[in-house]
Design a protein around this ligand. Structure first.
Ligand code: SAM
Ligand code: SF4
Length: 330
């Protein structure tokens, strides 16, 4: 096995795979109400997604996260997981899923049976009206039922919350108390300039440096050394005993230790979330000698990996990339 090492000496051990760009919510920071989705025939098939995962695992990927769009709306998603499961303990350490939780009540037990032990669930508000405003859908109750079902099924739950100046800034302490009260880590995310949406992102951008300062005025936050190979920095909230993560691409650069790459639902490999540099893996996946073709494509791709992302505040108005997070996979 030859590991994938980029020109800056970083090994790729973590892969995020977007299995669909479709979604049953329309979060205001992620996509427009009238989001145009890709024609279905452009998506990788379940078999191709399976081959893709195998090719990366063979080259040293130890952690796989499935995302989207909303992964639970992809037909055949459980078949994919049940196949990828064969790599667990044979190169692969973990399979995780990021979901909006809307369909989690039905999926929790099958996910566990397919080898998933941890899920990230996005919850931007616990208030039904605010949730409906942010996601443009009235589905908070289903999400909460999904989280209960996940716990019952034995899945470890982490909550993701995008910090929005206008819509949920005031609710952040309550969200943290709720999550920690239930034994869940919570990670706050700054809005990133990815893809056209209906509004101006600068209106909603909330610096997590400010949020942290505010929280630290009434809670004791102790820095934790925990790193997940990704952009989150963690603290322990001493009052609740829970872990709180901050993903701050704009106010803090996280690239130096980044071990992750992403593949879109059409088979395009993005070597950095904030760069357009990409390689189409579809041809290699469909080649007769797929294994050799994938190895060659990955060897060539890894040399293109940039040193770091290119997000800046002044880019909030004009997206740094034209891709939506729902296409690349958040
Ligand atoms: N649909 C699933 C969900 O919402 O968890 C998985 C895909 S979603 C793109 C993954 C994560 O990206 C979510 O936590 C979402 O809140 C976040 N996200 C989407 N667009 C974003 C943006 N422009 N800036 C920051 N985070 C974003
Ligand atoms: Fe869907 Fe997730 Fe984007 Fe919200 S953040 S619209 S749930 S893909």
């Amino acid at each position: 096995m030859t590991p994938l090492i980029d020109p800056f000496g970083r090994a790729i051990t973590y892969l995020r795979v977007s299995v669909t760009d479709r979604c049953d919510l329309r979060c205001i920071y992620c996509m427009s109400e009238r989001m145009r989705f890709l024609p279905r025939n452009e998506l990788l098939t379940i078999e191709e997604l399976d081959l893709l995962c195998a090719a990366f695992i063979k080259r040293g990927v130890r952690r796989l996260r499935f995302t989207g769009g909303e992964p639970l709306v992809r037909r055949g998603f459980l078949d994919l997981l049940n196949s990828v499961k064969r790599h667990l303990g044979a190169g692969l350490d973990e399979i995780t899923v990021t979901t909006n939780g809307v369909q989690l009540a039905a999926f929790a037990a099958p996910l566990f049976a397919a080898g998933v032990r941890r899920v990230n669930v996005s919850v931007d508000s616990l208030d039904r009206e605010t949730f409906k405003h942010i996601t443009r859908r009235d589905r908070l109750l289903e999400v909460l039922e999904g989280i209960d079902a996940a716990e019952r099924a034995g899945l470890k739950v982490k909550i993701n919350t995008v910090a929005l100046k206008r819509d949920n800034a005031h609710e952040i302490p309550d969200l943290i108390k709720w999550a920690h009260g239930r034994g869940f880590d919570l990670t706050l995310i700054e809005t990133m300039p990815l893809g056209e949406i209906d509004e101006d992102r600068t209106d909603q951008f909330l610096s997590l440096a400010t949020v942290r300062e505010d929280l630290a005025s009434y809670w004791r936050l102790s820095d934790l050394p925990d790193r997940t190979g990704g952009p989150a920095r963690y603290v322990r909230v001493e009052e609740s005993g829970g872990r709180l993560g901050f993903i701050t691409p704009l106010s803090h650069n996280f690239c130096e230790a980044c071990s992750r790459v992403r593949v879109t639902c059409t088979g395009r490999l993005y070597l950095c979330l904030g760069h357009e540099t990409s390689v189409d893996l579809r041809e290699a996946l469909r080649a007769d000698g797929c294994e050799g073709a994938m190895d060659a494509a990955l060897d060539a791709a890894i040399m293109l990996r940039p040193k770091g992302h290119d997000f800046h505040m002044d880019r909030l108005r004009t997206p740094a990339t034209v891709r939506h997070m729902s296409v690349t996979g958040g």
